[in-house]
Design a binder for this molecule. Sequence first.
Ligand SMILES: [Mn+2]
Length: 422
Amino acid sequence: MSLVRFVHAADIHLDSPLKGLEKYESAPVEKIREATREAFKNLIAFCLDEQVDLLLISGDLFDGDLKDFKAGLFLTSQLKRLSNANILTVIIRGNHDAEAKMTKKLHWPDLVHELNVKKPETITFKALNIAVHGQGYAERDIYEDLSQHYPAAIAGMFNIGLLHTALQGRDGHAAYAPTSVEKLRAKGYDYWALGHVHQREVVDTNPYIVFPGNIQGRHAKELGPKGVTLVALEDSHVESVTEHFLDVVRWDHCQIDLAEACNEGDVYHAIRKAVSAAEDRAEGRLLACRLTLCGATELHADLVSRQDDWSYGIRAKMTDSDGDLWIEKIRFKTQAKVDIGQLRTQDNPLGGVLRTLEQLQADDAGRGELLDTLNTVNNKLPRRYKQWADALNLDDKAQFDELLEGIEQLIIPKLLQEGGES
Ligand SMILES: [Mn+2]
């Protein structure tokens, strides 16, 4: 019986910067900057510990062009450790490290193979009975189905397709190298090692079509455990496909419902409980945690009017945490404990404002006008405020609706106070 094992990784994004990190309160800047490198070291250690035969990396090793050779040297020296241990590596370039974007040429260690970017290339490993087919990105924007030119499966071998693709589209990912499960299946391969989509997804099991996700979350929108897929073959058939976590910084998001909270102590208690659960999930890693306070609560007026005081208080309370914790951001999304429907019917300024806000949700022309006004301000913002993951994007309807809702919840307590009505 022949046993072969390979690791499928993707989207390393080495040295990916967390844009605007300095703006954050008490951020562990160094640790976050180093996270993609540390996770990559974990990947190498994992391959060595598990004594796998082959490592596949399905694109986006680098986040962009290299300023100098430091990241390149780091990468090649790490991969050399695999090469020295007789472990093979096959790499394709993705949109982030497309050949045209990279001005520096890297010298790969002996057992590292980078597949062609001009046309599909097949590399066969006879001792493993494995054939790997793939093509890297020559340019960043690839809108044709690269897989259509991949060769047919080689009979009798275990065929793997390496492809950097968004398939038929995935939220938050550019629609590069589009293709479909049906088209991939038609190639007759045994495993499709995909990259590009940062959220892990086993798209299909017949054959296996897998996005392992990135190995390290890069910001507050890349949540939860991150790692690689380990595939074990027995006589050239898939025996198991398992997920292994390699991240060193864990991004998490706690929704804290304050409906039952009556005082400061209740708020801190609810937050502590949620954060402790997140710390358990992080299993000793640095936890970068976003808190969203929600629910209809008596404390709403106080929370929204004294956000800075509350933020400071929460951060100060959480410093007694046992774990390695960084509260990335605190979002105030609580609601006034009032009957908005009833307030909306009132014949007073508050009722009028609430009715206008409600109408805006459905009134495209009105929204357009408001958007124009907001955009004149938005367009004057420096570019750096628009580049980070959390940047305000007024063209995103969901974000715009959230903004309207936020305005509603912000003015209700103020106007209730002014008018003295309830
Ligand atoms: Mn990509």
